[in-house]
Every structure is written in C-alpha cells, then in structure tokens.
Ligand binder design. Structure first.
Ligand code: SF4
Length: 722
C-alpha cells in the first residue's frame, strides 16, 4: 500500500540485455515495489525477474566489510560443504547458495585500508617478480560502463597487462568475431522493436521468451500483425507456438541447415542480385560451396530437416510477396548459435543469409544477436576485452596505442591479452599468478569447472570484489564488499545499443563501497592517479576516447537514454538502423564467408551416448547469486533439473521426477530428471544456475578458434538412475 513518505526512483532492470526501464518505490532504504516505465525499450512491460527479482539487494548475506583470508586457511580450495561436482545429496540451506557458516571462518574482518594496501602490495609484488603478464582481471557485464572503463584502465595502465576480459567471451564473442569480419561492426544493426516492420522474423538458437522475455513480446505482437515467424532450434520453446515453421534441427548442425537454405535461395533465383552485386564481396566462393555440398537432400542427413521443409523455409525468406516486394527479414539469435566451437561459422552463415537477401540497412531487416547481460554490450564498448581499447580500438595499432598512452599518461603493452578460458589455463600452468575478479563468478560460469577450481586454487593471489560470498570468493585471499546494482549511478548499454542511466535507489549496507571508487582506491595505491568526482565524470573521459559515445553525457541521456551512434547530443534518440549505404569495412562492402560444415568437438559414443545442452530458465540468472536470493524467483524454480525426452527416459528405465546422475568425461552431478518433449531425442538440457548440481562440471572447455568461446551447447554425457 503506497505511503506518503515513499519515494520513486527511475532506473533500469539489472538482469538481461533488453534493459527495461523501471521505477522503484522505496521506503526506509528498502525497495517495496517495481513497475515498468514508458520507454521505447519496454512500453511499461516487465518480466518476472524485473518485477520481482530485486530483493536480493537487501538480503542478509550481503558482504558488508572487507575480508582477509586467515593464515591457517591455506591451501585454498572450495570451503563450502555443498561441494560442486560430487553426487552429494546434501541440500543447500534455504535462501543461500554458499554455506556461509563453513566459508566465513576462513576469513577475518579487516579495515578498508588494510585490505586495499594488501591488494596493492600483492599485485605489484607479482608484477615485480613475474612481470605484468602474470596478472589478469575479469570484469563484469553486470557492472556499468564507467566501472568497466576504469577496470580495464587499471589493468592496462596501472598493472601493465591487456589480460582483461569478461563474460562476453562466454556469450557472443563468436558472433562479434563474425560481425566484425563481415560487416565491420559487432553491434546489432536494427533495434528489436523494428520487428514490427518485418515481413519475416527468424529466431534461431534463442529461447527468447525465457531469456529476453520482453523482447519476445514484441515478436509475438508482430506475428499477430502478420509477420511470419521462423524458429530454428534443437530445443522447442514457447515462441515456436507462434511460428509458421519450426525447424527442430539436430544439435550443432546450424551450418549445414543455413547453407542448405542459401543453396535453395541461389538455385531458385531468390537472392537480391542488385544488393549482392553492389554491397557484398565473396559471392562466387560462397555460391560454389553451397551449390556443391549443401543441396537440401545432402544437408537433410546432417540437420535432420526434410528437403521439402528446407525449401519451404528458403522460399518464405526469398520469394516475393503478393505486392511484388522482397520480404524484409530481421534475424535474432542467441547462444544456441554462438556457444559452439564453430560458433563463428554459425554467425557467418546468418550474416550471409541476410546479405544474400538484401536484408541489412532497411527498416524491418537486419542482424540482432540478443545480448545476454544487461551491460554486455556496454562493457565490451568500454574496452573490457583483451585485444581492444574502448570502442574496439585495437591495442596492437601503434597510432591508437599512442592516443591512449597520451590520455592515460603511461606506456602501454602492445600485445593483445589473454581471453577468459586462456587466463584459466594460464593460472593452471602458473603463467598467471595474480587475479582481480570484479563481479564475475567463474567457478560456476566457466566451462569444465573442476579445472577452474584447480586454477583458482593455484593462484598466488586472488582479490574478489562482489556483493555476496559467491563461489569464486571461496578461493580469494582478499574479498572486497561491493555496491549492488541498486546502490550506484552508472550507464548501461542494452542489446539495441541504447545507453541508459541506472540511478542510485538505495544506500549500500555496512561498509560496502561503490565499485568505481574501489577501483580508483587500488589504482592510486599502485601509482596510477585516478581522481574523479562522480561516475558522470568517468563517463565523460570514456566517451571522449570513443567515436560512438562522444557527446553523450549522464545529463543528456535523459530518462530513457539514447542509441549509439548518436550524431550529435541534441539528436532525439540516436540511430535506429545501421549501414543503409555502406559497411564500415575496408571496401565498404559486406563480406560473404563460405563455411564448410564441421562437427562438434566431442561427439557422443558408447560410453557417453547423449548430447548435453546448457542454458537458462526464465526465473534465474546465470550463477544464481542474485535470483536464488530473490524470494519469489527462488520459490518458483528452487531446484536443479535435467530435462530429458520421455522416450529417452523410458529407454533408460528412469521415472520422471526421480534423481539421476549425469556424467561427462569431466565429472558427475546429481539432480532431478524431468520429462520434457521439447528436448530433442538423444539430448538433455541442464540450466547452469545451480551450484549443487553445476552443469559446468560437465561442459567442455574446447574453444571456437576465432571468438575463443567455449562449447557450452554440446558435449557427450551419460544419464543413470542415482
Ligand atoms: Fe529485466 Fe530483461 Fe525481464 Fe526486461 S526482459 S524485465 S530487462 S529481465
């Protein structure tokens, strides 16, 4: 019930890349209500996470004071009794994930001065003894643009290494590699609401309703108004109910499927010849490959879709409409495309499909890789990537490097740094000895986490900055209590390229501090002056070093933000559609890259006969540290499960709802089996949110050679009754 003393604060949802505009009602430093605001992003809509998933910020398990590991708590290892990767039946305590009673005794409380001095001393000590390349940092796509900018500046300019990365590596690194290579920009070409202008919408490798729920409402609305929806996915989901065609392809066969579609388009004369001639290069090589190797009858044996259905889908994309126009098609994709060892090839095929059919640069067309975290676009824009400074300016380019050396007042390393999985491998091999992890939880989010456990345990020094004692913090030497999303001002860039200001809603508990201030505190102690009066001032420095953010300020972003690029600060809303006349490539043309079909890295065999696919559920977010501490969300979806087709359950003699063990070559977990007809026969699906049955015990750390993204969507497993 509203009270007269309540105050309202406008902000943005902390979860997915849709970036819904929110309004929080606050009473006595507590959030009591969240509503959607009117904005081009969400038109007042919110999903269950945005509407109810904010109470984690007030959870009693918040870290409120710096912690230092006790001398007798070495050697390091997972401290909580609810150990990942065993068949333990011990259940977590209600409302928590890590068992605080077991973990906290390994640490003692410290003052900020003592903790920060120790961090600076140990990081600079490792630098002196082993060189800058022995240090690395993981930032976070949950942090603001300002925090991401300062974090990469600290690593590059303060500690002298480009070994700085974040979870974009686990998300759309392969999509960005393909987009940069082919059209010269990693961002989306059209905003998702532009689906209203599309004749055809292709959704592939994305359970949009679960992972980008409000964006899915725009797709459903478009379908009701006449847009044809094509869904291509090995797993069924609720959006397929709206589809005119649902191609349930075999896991990992995307390249074969899309090459076959392109085969039909070329063979039947359904491509946009003028667009191909004027705006692309590489057509002859692509044509040669797809006509030779990917006739529908050939591809059908790989992807499992009947040749006639492949032809029907290609004709939906390419055949002129009744009024003679070519259909306008907007393509959305998710991690079902990107998280493969051939993820870059998958994205290259989608880009070629759009270029062949002239579906870039116009309303109702384009390429939209749906960004996962609320600021994965912005953290990447801000330079939280090992090979590029802010705005994707390569560290290896001498002129660009000189520009940043002038701005930051230090000499910079010309070598691109290591990526997430490479850093973990480096820690195992002792080439990486010290790490600063800000807001990421690689002990649950990275692939093959028994290897991650060994890597984190073997670091000489680890400082973790977080709001909870997340699983990764169990390996820390120093833990710094951070501010939650609701406790600071900062900008966040959504999947559309919309830069929005998230406003401070609450004060932080105890001694928890603003993340950007903690980064500056460490920087000053290692000899890099970082003095800013506010996060708005940090934003100004970042924006001035970029082309795309230049001219934007906290003030002129207003209450609903602006899209980048924004030609001038007075521009109403920024640019909705990119590349109307040329691509930002050397030739100005889009590149068609032929991609032969390659199988996944680890195929099923007699010992491990099933394919594991991992992902998210609607109610939870990544490693669960926020959503599993949100009462409503945890109540809806409290337990880990593996989804298995009923035919596979019968064949295995397993009863729906009973406990099973799932094993791969890397470990075993135990969880509940759920019958699910949307899962392809021969595959299983496990959400990766649950520590007590961590899916990433099972996954492989094999990487895509271009985007260096791991193959979360495919590895071989066995399922047995527990
Ligand atoms: Fe938040 Fe995404 Fe849901 Fe919007 S769709 S409320 S941004 S989780």
């Amino acid at each position: 019930i509203p009270q007269p003393e309540d105050r309202q604060v406008e902000s943005v949802c902390p979860y997915c890349g849709v970036g819904c505009a929110t309004e929080y009602t606050v009473r006595d430093n507590s959030i009591v209500l969240c509503d959607g605001r009117e904005s081009p992003v969400n038109h007042e809509r919110l999903c269950v996470k945005g509407r109810y998933g904010w109470d984690y910020t007030m959870h009693p398990q918040r870290l409120t004071t710096p912690l230092i590991r006790r001398d007798d708590a070495y050697p390091k290892g997972p401290l909580s009794g609810d150990v990942v990767g065993t068949s333990s039946r011990k259940r977590r305590k209600p409302g928590g994930i890590v068992d605080y009673d077991e973990v906290l005794p390994a640490f003692r409380e410290a003052t900020w001065e003592e903790a920060l001095d120790l961090v600076a001393e140990r990081l600079t000590g490792i630098r002196s003894e082993h060189g800058s390349s022995a240090l690395a940092g993981f930032g976070s796509a949950k942090c603001s643009n300002e925090e991401a900018y300062l974090f990469q500046k600290l690593l590059r300019a303060g500690l002298g290494t480009n070994n700085v990365d974040h979870c974009t590596r686990l998300c759309h690194a392969s999509s960005v590699a393909a987009l940069m290579e082919t059209i010269g920009s990693g961002a989306v070409t059209n905003v998702f609401a532009d689906v209203a202008n599309a004749d055809v919408c292709l959704v592939t490798g994305s359970n949009t309703t679960a992972n980008h729920p409000v964006a899915a409402t725009f797709i459903k609305e478009a379908v009701r108004n006449g847009t044809k929806l094509l869904c291509v996915d090995p797993r069924g989901h609720t959006l397929t109910d709206f589809a005119s065609h649902f191609a349930q392809i075999r896991s990992g066969s995307d390249v074969a499927f899309y090459n076959a579609v392109m085969h039909v388009l070329i063979a039947e004369g359904l491509i946009d010849e003028q667009f191909v001639a004027e705006r692309t290069e590489g057509f002859d090589e692509l044509k040669k490959l797809v006509l030779r190797d990917f006739a529908p009858e050939q591809a059908s044996s790989i992807c499992g879709i009947e040749p006639d259905e492949l032809r029907a889908i290609a004709r939906t994309i390419g055949q002129p409409l009744e009024d003679g126009r070519r259909p306008r098609m907007l393509v959305f994709w998710g991690m079902g495309i990107s998280q493969h060892t051939h993820g870059t090839d998958n994205a290259r095929c989608l880009i070629s499909l759009c270029l062949l059919t002239g579906n870039v640069g116009k309303p109702g067309t384009g390429l939209h890789p749906l960004r996962g975290q609320n600021n994965v676009q912005g953290a990447s824009d801000a330079g939280l990537i090992p090979m590029v400074y802010p705005d994707y300016q390569p560290v290896s380019d001498p002129e660009i490097r000189a520009k940043f050396e002038r701005a930051w007042g230090v000499e910079l390393d010309p070598e691109p740094g290591l990526t997430v999985v490479e850093i973990v491998k480096g820690a195992l091999g002792k080439s990486i000895r010290g790490m600063y992890i800000l807001g990421e939880n690689p002990f649950l989010s990275d692939p093959n986490i028994n290897k991650v456990r060994a890597a984190l345990s073997s670091l000489d020094f680890l400082v973790v900055q977080d709001i909870f004692l997340a699983e990764t913090a169990e390996f820390a030497d120093v833990i710094l209590p951070a501010s939650s999303y609701f406790e600071k001002d900062g900008t966040f860039t959504n999947t559309d390229r919309r830069v929005q200001v998230g406003r401070k809603v609450l004060d932080s508990p105890g001694e928890a501090r603003q993340d950007w201030q903690v980064i500056c505190d460490i920087a000053r102690r290692i000899g890099l002056p970082m003095e800013y009066a506010s996060s708005a001032e940090v934003f100004d420095e970042f924006a001035a070093l970029t082309g795309h953010y230049r001219g934007l300020t906290h003030e002129n972003l207003g209450s609903t933000g602006k899209l980048w690029p924004c030609p001038d600060p007075e521009h109403e809303d920024g640019v909705q559609i990119l590349f109307g006349d040329r691509f930002p490539t050397a030739s100005g043309r889009g590149k068609l890259v032929p991609c032969p079909y390659l199988p996944a890295d680890e195929l099923p065999d007699e010992e491990y006969p099933l394919i594991l696919n991992t992902g998210r559920v609607l109610e939870h977010w990544h490693t669960g540290s926020m959503t599993r501490r949100s009462r409503a969300l945890d109540a809806i979806q409290p337990n880990a499960f593996v989804a298995i087709h009923p035919d596979d359950l019968t064949r295995l003699g397993i009863v729906d709802g009973t406990r099973v063990q799932v094993s791969s070559r890397r470990g075993t977990i135990e969880l509940e089996a759920r019958a699910d007809r949307t899962v392809e026969i021969g595959t299983v699906f496990i959400p990766f949110h649950f520590r007590e049955a961590a899916a990433n015990v099972l996954t492989t750390d094999a990487l895509d050679p271009f985007g260096k993204i791991p193959e979360f969507k495919f590895c071989a497993v066995r399922v047995e009754a527990a």
